[in-house]
Design a protein around this ligand. Structure first.
Ligand code: HEC
Length: 136
């Protein structure tokens, strides 16, 4: 009489374990995507949001960064850019943004993005640029 109930108990444990592992697989499958989006937003919030937001037409201390990838540098009509930025004469792409965020003066000498210390972590820069590029 003892054996069957042990088997049933073992079966229950087996099913419970399977349910747990199915749940964690489902979470693992979902998290990389969600984490990437959140990480980009988070990195942007930490390093840029004091001065920039993404909404079109909404300039703060810095110009809005709506669709900044593919936008000509210093070209928003309603923002008072430095003359250095107005005369930069290039279009923002991922590579330019990466160098600018690392060290603004190297890309646009005399720009007015201050006080901003530069972002040394290429990992953080990558996350931020992926986040900026979503705005199309
Ligand atoms: C202390 C405020 C401040 C912070 C922090 C800051 N910026 Fe700026 N940013 C500015 C200002 C001011 C300008 C305008 C510079 C000029 O006219 O020379 C600017 C300009 C820019 C431009 C040029 C936009 C255009 O239309 O040509 C880009 C791109 C940019 N910032 C990206 C960033 C990113 C990305 C971050 C975060 C990693 C960041 N900024 C952090 C103040 C800031």
């Amino acid at each position: 009489m003892l054996m069957p109930s042990i088997r049933i108990a073992a079966l229950f444990i087996g099913v419970a374990t399977m349910a747990v592992s199915v749940t964690s697989v489902a979470q693992e499958a979902k998290s990389p995507v969600a984490a990437e989006g959140d990480a980009g937003q988070q990195a942007f919030n930490n390093a840029c949001r004091t001065c920039h937001i993404m909404r079109e037409g909404d300039n703060r201390l810095g110009p809005n960064l709506h669709k900044v990838v593919g936008r000509k540098a210093g070209s928003l009509p309603d923002y008072p850019f430095s003359s250095a930025m107005k005369e930069a004469g290039f279009v923002w792409d991922e590579e330019k943004l990466d160098r600018f965020i690392a060290n603004p003066d190297e890309v646009v000498p005399g720009n007015g993005m201050k006080p901003y210390g530069g972002l040394a972590s290429s990992d953080e820069r990558k996350k931020i640029i992926a986040f900026l590029a979503q705005s199309r």
